[in-house]
Design a protein around this ligand. Structure first.
Ligand code: FDA
Length: 317
């Protein structure tokens, strides 16, 4: 937990994130979790994943935009991504972040742009999914999700099992028969609202799997179990089997570049699997969250930066 907090603290240090941002793609370490900087890179990665039937959810990295122009640009980019996914004949959708669509400064604008993206995707019979960001956005994200899912019923939403409130939030949403992506949660949250210990988060995650699978068995939701934790996967697989759920009624989800061994195993067992494929130039905050999840990841960043210093010609020092 200490190291995790330290990495979150580092991620607020602009000089460091700028340095990582300048070097990450050039020296290859960002490519561990990010498909590339352009949509074409993400589509290439998606084609490769499609070879063994993995679906994708493309995310154009970026968050906390400050102007209407940036928010509208993000909307245009998401609509274009949907069109290109469709033109390429790939089994995929898009994942959006509401702070990329103006949630920080104009909630109505954010809701309108989200609706426009969902409508454009719907015209191509494609869905969208909403990421869940830090807890100060949870209420407004739930409200915007509900407004969107009424008009675009295939819209999905991430729910974070580390929040005490997640059981109640799931119950609130069931009337929409929604797709729910269950994640553990990737932000630093206070002990007043979120479980802090891994054992507590895992126990709560198992309970939320059961809650969603029970609702699924009654036809009230489509659960997407989004984790790389083998114990959580075992729990979900056993629950799916016990309830006799067929593969069209649930899916698993994992992140691009993480636990490819488990990804292949799930596919070999015949489970539907979607891979979250992020791309874009604004990859640093996303990348830092992946480091915080697994501090051992820091070593390959440090190795890359050390190699760069070691190989740098003396004249440029
Ligand atoms: P846990 O962190 O316990 O890790 C279990 C095992 O997985 C580790 O032992 C390791 O083997 C592997 N692993 C996990 N993270 C790794 C990493 N970064 N590098 C290498 N190995 C790693 N969160 C959120 O707050 N809002 C959201 O919208 C989303 N969306 C989302 C979509 C998808 C498809 C996934 C899979 C995850 C998210 N998340 C998210 C992130 C999620 O909240 C969580 O932080 C990560 O999935 C890590 O948690 P695990 O469930 O994998 O378990």
């Amino acid at each position: 937990m200490l190291i995790r907090n330290f990495i979150f603290w580092l991620s607020t240090k602009k000089a460091l994130t700028d340095a990582i941002g300048r070097r990450g793609m050039r020296y290859g370490f960002a490519q561990r979790f990010v498909a590339g900087e352009a949509l074409a890179d993400a589509l290439d990665a998606s084609r490769e994943l499609a070879q063994d039937g993995r679906r994708v959810s493309l995310n154009h990295l970026g968050e906390n935009v400050r102007t209407v122009e940036e928010a509208e640009h993000a909307r245009d980019s998401y609509i274009e991504m949907t069109r290109q996914l469709h033109a390429a004949g790939l089994d995929g959708n898009i994942s959006i972040k509401l702070t990329q669509l103006g949630l920080d400064f104009d909630r109505r604008l954010c809701e309108r742009l989200t609706g426009e993206i969902a409508a454009a995707a719907g015209e191509l019979s494609r869905s969208i999914e909403m990421d869940m960001e830090a807890s100060k956005y949870t209420d407004s994200t739930l409200d915007i999700f509900e407004a969107t899912v009424r008009r675009a019923p295939t819209t999905g939403l991430a729910i974070q099992a580390y929040l005490f409130r997640s059981e109640h939030d799931i119950e609130r949403l069931m009337r929409h028969k929604p797709k729910i992506r269950l994640v553990k949660g990737a932000y630093r949250e206070s002990g007043r609202i979120a479980f802090q210990k891994k054992s507590q988060v895992d126990s709560h995650y198992r309970k939320r799997i059961d809650q969603l699978l029970d609702h699924c068995a009654e036809g009230r939701c489509l659960p997407a179990i989004a984790t790389h934790d083998p114990l959580m996967l075992d729990h979900a697989r056993a629950g799916i089997k016990r309830r006799g759920l067929t593969p069209d009624r649930y899916e698993f989800q994992m992140i691009y570049g993480i636990r490819r061994d488990l990804q292949q195993a799930l596919r070999a067992q015949g489970h539907p699997l979607r891979i979250y494929v992020p791309f874009g130039t604004e990859w640093c905050p996303y990348f830092m969250r992946r480091l915080a999840e697994r501090p051992a990841n820091c070593w390959f960043v440090l190795r890359s930066l050390a190699a760069e210093s070691f190989h740098r010609p003396r004249s440029s020092a």
